[in-house]
Design a protein around this ligand. Structure first.
Ligand SMILES: *Cc1c(COP(=O)(O)O)cnc(C)c1O
Ligand code: SF4
Length: 309
């Protein structure tokens, strides 16, 4: 971060602010609601479920850095909400639920665990016959790229039937350094894909220039944009939130057509019933039995023949 600039987009993500004490629009007990922790299905604390075929498996409450905008703040930053992150209990639950094919290991930041613990988790999950893929959500390629050590590479590498996918979190182009580029290259050379899940943050990446630069720069270090999340209504992060439409507008005004489709994330609202995409809907200007009128990123229109069913 820039030492002397209070508006530095990296600094604002990590240096606490008195604004965090205000909470006009945030929801109390946000995580309990968001992660369906108060429903009838009996699940260990370490498992958050919104979907039939996949779950989020929380294995630690420690992170490489503590993001001020974190929606899991109650667990990892403020620590008011105590969850029992018992890995064995979680593995047991996953073993018993044959409908689960995809386990997203999250936290906290799972790459804070030792190589041995990560190795153990991966081995145990690969032993479960219904698990078809393993995912990690980790900010380390961005905030602690030195964590991608030769030891960790050994744990992650090798051809396996059950692949490993990683999503990291990068919210501004200034966060991407040579160290990140090298860490991502190392992960890719282990056969591990690296995607990005950005959070839309007011005053940090909610202008067209920063938003486009972020997504273009991710591709220069081989990270594929996956999601942009609307900043969630957790307590104490009102000052980071934009209007809900903002992300769709930014995709319309900065990404789609303005740069390669590879740089295009999906803008989603992560709700208690799953992630809900919000698309900019300017493309179809008109439609009749004969044809569509389609609009491009420059506002130009064209006609496209319709097809009867
Ligand atoms: C985000 C999330 C997932 C994974 O969603 P994808 O759209 O498959 O990336 C799974 N479970 C929970 C609880 C989640 O919040
Ligand atoms: S790395 Fe993720 S879990 Fe940890 S503080 Fe940041 S947003 Fe929250």
């Amino acid at each position: 971060m820039k030492k002397d600039d209070p508006d530095c987009p990296v600094r604002k993500q990590v240096v606490p602010s008195m604004k965090e004490k205000e909470n006009k629009f945030g929801m109390p007990n946000y995580l309990i609601w968001k992660e369906n922790r108060a429903t009838d299905e009996v699940r260990p604390d370490s498992i958050a479920r919104q979907y039939i075929d996949r779950i989020a498996f929380t294995v630690t409450d420690v992170c490489a850095n503590y993001c001020r905008h974190c929606f899991r703040k109650e667990v990892v930053v403020d620590r008011d909400l105590k969850l029992r992150m018992d890995v064995e209990e979680g593995l047991q639950w996953i073993t018993e639920h044959e409908e689960i094919r995809d386990v997203l290991i999250t936290g906290g930041d799972p790459f804070i665990l030792s190589d041995d613990k990560i190795d153990y988790l991966i081995r145990k999950l690969r032993e479960i016959p219904h698990i078809q893929m393993i995912r990690f959500g980790t900010r380390t390629p961005i905030v602690l790229p030195h964590r991608i050590t030769p030891g960790l590479k050994k744990v992650l590498s090798g051809y396996h039937k059950v692949p490993i996918w990683i999503n990291t979190q990068c919210n501004h182009a200034n966060e991407i350094t040579e160290h990140t580029a090298k860490a991502v290259y190392d992960l890719l050379s282990c056969g591990v894909n690296v995607g990005n899940q950005a959070v839309l943050l007011k005053g940090i990446n909610d202008d067209t220039e920063s938003f486009k630069a972020l997504h273009q720069k991710l591709l220069t270090v081989r990270i594929r944009p996956y999601y942009v999340f609307y900043c969630e209504p957790a307590p104490g992060i009102d000052h980071f939130r934009t209007t809900v439409e903002k992300g769709a507008e930014l995709i319309r005004d900065a990404i789609r057509g303005h740069t390669t489709g590879l740089a295009q994330p999906m803008y989603v609202i992560a709700t208690n019933i799953g992630k809900i995409p919000l698309m900019p809907d300017y493309y179809i200007v008109d439609k009749n039995e004969k044809e569509y009128t389609l609009k491009n990123y420059q506002g130009k229109t064209t006609l496209w023949p319709n097809m009867p069913e």
